[in-house]
Design a protein around this ligand. Structure first.
Ligand code: 173
Length: 316
């Protein structure tokens, strides 16, 4: 009898929030590929360290929904947590284009208050908690099937996303926006003369078969973010949030590994036959100048106030 009373008391005392919750997760990048791997590692970390507290059920990648729909899905709560890049959800956070213009790291942004600003913008405009950023130190490049001698893209049809749009447009390219999943076929069919993509991931996707050149220098910095539906986030208790936040910190520390991975990817691209087009100093300067100027102009045109606020904390 005594034992039973204790058991009943324990049951009553246990708040419902102490139960383990399972979040539905989705990635905008194919599972097992470069820009999904950090998220998968984070999911494993949470499932290991969050036993009886919080778990993530990773439902899949672009085979489950278009990468451009992942933003809507996490915003409305169709999924609870998503791995996504701001270029795929510009419809929801238009000034999110600023994130890939960052020259500092997520650790810097957490220290200088930028993280809170970015989080607030995501909460207000997208109904998500901005949990983590991966991709630091990874630059973007232009890859081509035919050579160029200077920063002039007139006459070329280039696959783009909002990341490269303003820059490539200023340099005269004809632009086609596609999801990563359509790049290989577009190259194979000669529908495009090249594409924008980071230094990492080309070989992962098999695109080296259709790629002759990479243009150096690289520009900008990848932002692949973990986003949690805000209603889901608000319903979590402190212990559950803490697991997610510790997992975020854990994965963000690993961003530093990218410096070495970049070098090894560049080597592997060369081994796979991708030649480097390296601009001379003057042309490199113009290339990077156009990237920065046009990138920031596009953001401030969308939202001058947010643009200026982010510029002040994303550039060191
Ligand atoms: O090129 C893209 O699809 C793109 O914008 C992107 C962004 C982050 C990582 C990889 C690709």
């Amino acid at each position: 009898m005594r034992l039973m009373l204790v058991a009943v008391a324990a049951l009553i005392a246990m708040p419902s929030t102490a139960q383990e919750v399972t979040l539905r997760g989705v990635s905008a990048f194919a599972l097992g590929t470069t820009f999904s791997r950090p998220f998968e590692a984070f999911v494993d970390w949470v499932n290991e360290n969050g036993k009886d507290v919080i778990q993530i059920d990773l439902r899949g990648g672009p085979e489950t929904m278009s990468p451009f729909e992942v933003g809507n899905a996490v915003s409305t709560g169709v999924v609870d947590i998503a791995n996504n890049t701001s270029a795929f959800y510009t419809g929801l956070v238009p000034a999110g284009d600023a994130l890939h213009l960052a020259t500092n790291t997520i650790q810097d942004q957490r220290a200088n208050g930028c993280f809170e600003k970015i989080d607030a913008i995501h909460r207000e405009q997208m109904n998500v908690k901005y949990l983590a950023r991966t991709g630091d130190h990874i630059e973007f490049h232009l890859y081509l099937t035919k050579p160029i001698g200077k920063p002039d893209l007139r006459g070329l049809t280039i696959r783009t996303t909002p990341v490269y749009r303003a820059m490539f447009e200023e340099l005269g390219a004809t632009l086609v926006r596609t999801a990563p999943g359509e790049v290989y076929t577009a190259l194979e069919r000669d529908a495009i003369d090249g594409y924008g993509w980071p230094i990492q991931g080309v070989l992962d996707l098999g695109w080296e078969e259709q790629t002759k050149y990479r243009v150096d220098p690289g520009f900008y910095q990848v932002d692949v973010n973990f986003l949690v539906n805000l209603d889901t986030w608000n319903a979590l208790n402190d212990a559950q949030r803490s697991v997610l936040e510790r997992g975020a910190e854990w994965i963000e520390v690993r961003n530093a590994d990218n410096i070495e991975i970049n070098a090894s990817e560049a080597r592997k691209q060369a081994e796979a036959g991708i030649q480097t087009i390296a601009f001379d100093d003057v042309d490199s300067e113009r290339w990077l100048e156009v990237a920065q100027t046009e990138g920031w102009a596009a953001v401030t045109e969308i939202d001058a106030e947010i643009g200026e606020a982010l510029k002040a904390c994303l550039l060191n």
